[in-house]
Design a protein around this ligand. Structure first.
Ligand code: ADP
Length: 293
């Protein structure tokens, strides 16, 4: 199984905005964390993969075949979870899944079986007759994942599946995705690094429509060794320190603040202690101009 995005360029507003710029990537089964700040081009990429948008140039190949030429045959192997929109608030969960199954042209008997299995899998069997408008954020995310899984797709495209969830629900959804990801190509778009830190096979960093890197988390972290430090400062020194250092996190206690920052090996900071890097540090390393400190 291989999904290959080849030299895809997409512009908006008659070429003024270049959302994707000669973007290429090859995906095989496993979870890919698609990471980038707002405006990086994540949604554009997902919409081009699903066929909702056409690129200006370039193509998407599924096992070597052009997906635009495959048409319905490609749509039957792909599941897409969009961001939560209140489109279906009047539908019960069950009716919503039946509706999506009809759009995917799944035969009645097969749909009945899949819907009951998927409702059980996302733990919503008991709530299946409730209207989606009455669902919590986490329940809505789970039903959106369920519809993406109709037809047992080989490719699963998830657009910010943890958006708007509380920390407990976030962990639940994350674990759930990791469990169902076996034997599927999963593209998990987020700007929350912790979402994909432990479940991604590879991280794809997207910035201004271009690929910054595509690598295993462990490999990325290895390259960051010797860059991440912590220093303990009195509270009144923190704001000056932040003007001259790339700070990734702050932990305050009664007497001071532990400041985590990216060390400049050419100008080491006195009193700083080297720390094991985390993906959050990597994100700041690549996107510090877009992160407010
Ligand atoms: P992300 O999903 O990473 O936030 P998007 O793919 O939504 O990024 O956007 C990439 C760029 O394309 C941004 O500069 C955005 O403003 C622009 N863009 C996206 N959709 C449109 C559109 N329909 N019309 C004009 N510009 C758009």
């Amino acid at each position: 199984m291989e999904l290959s995005i080849q030299s895809v360029t997409k512009t908006y507003r008659r070429g003024q905005t270049r959302a994707l710029d000669d973007f290429s990537v090859v995906l095989t089964p496993g979870v890919y964390g698609l990471l980038g700040p707002n405006g990086a081009g994540k949604s554009t990429l997902m919409n081009i993969i699903t066929g909702n948008l056409h690129p200006d140039s370039g193509s998407v190949l599924w096992n070597g075949k052009d997906t635009r030429k495959m048409g319905a045959a490609f749509r039957s192997v792909i599941g897409y979870m969009p961001q939560q929109q209140n489109l279906y608030d009047d539908f019960t969960a069950k009716r919503f899944l039946w509706y999506m199954a009809a759009l995917k042209k799944i035969p009645h008997k097969k749909a009945a079986q899949q819907i009951s299995e998927l409702l059980a899998m996302v733990d919503l069997t008991d709530a299946s007759s409730k209207k989606l408008g009455a669902y919590s954020g986490g329940m809505k995310q789970r039903i959106l994942i369920a519809q993406a899984l109709l037809n047992d797709p080989d490719i699963l495209i998830l657009d910010e599946p943890t958006a708007g969830l509380d920390p407990k629900e976030r962990i639940r959804i994350r674990n759930f995705i990791s469990k169902i990801a076996q034997d599927k190509i999963v593209l998990f778009a987020t700007h929350v690094v912790s979402d994909i830190e432990f479940i991604a096979k590879e991280i794809i960093l997207l910035k201004a429509g271009t690929l910054l890197l595509k690598e295993e988390p462990a490999q990325i972290l290895r390259r960051m060794e010797s860059l991440v430090c912590e220093i303990y400062l009195p509270k009144d020194m923190v704001s000056d320190f932040m003007k001259t250092h790339r700070v990734t996190n702050l932990f305050a206690d009664e007497s001071g603040v532990t400041v985590r920052f990216l060390n400049d090996p050419n100008h080491p900071t006195e009193g700083a202690v080297l720390k094991k890097p985390m993906l959050e540090d990597v994100y700041l390393f690549y996107f510090s101009d877009e992160v407010q400190t």
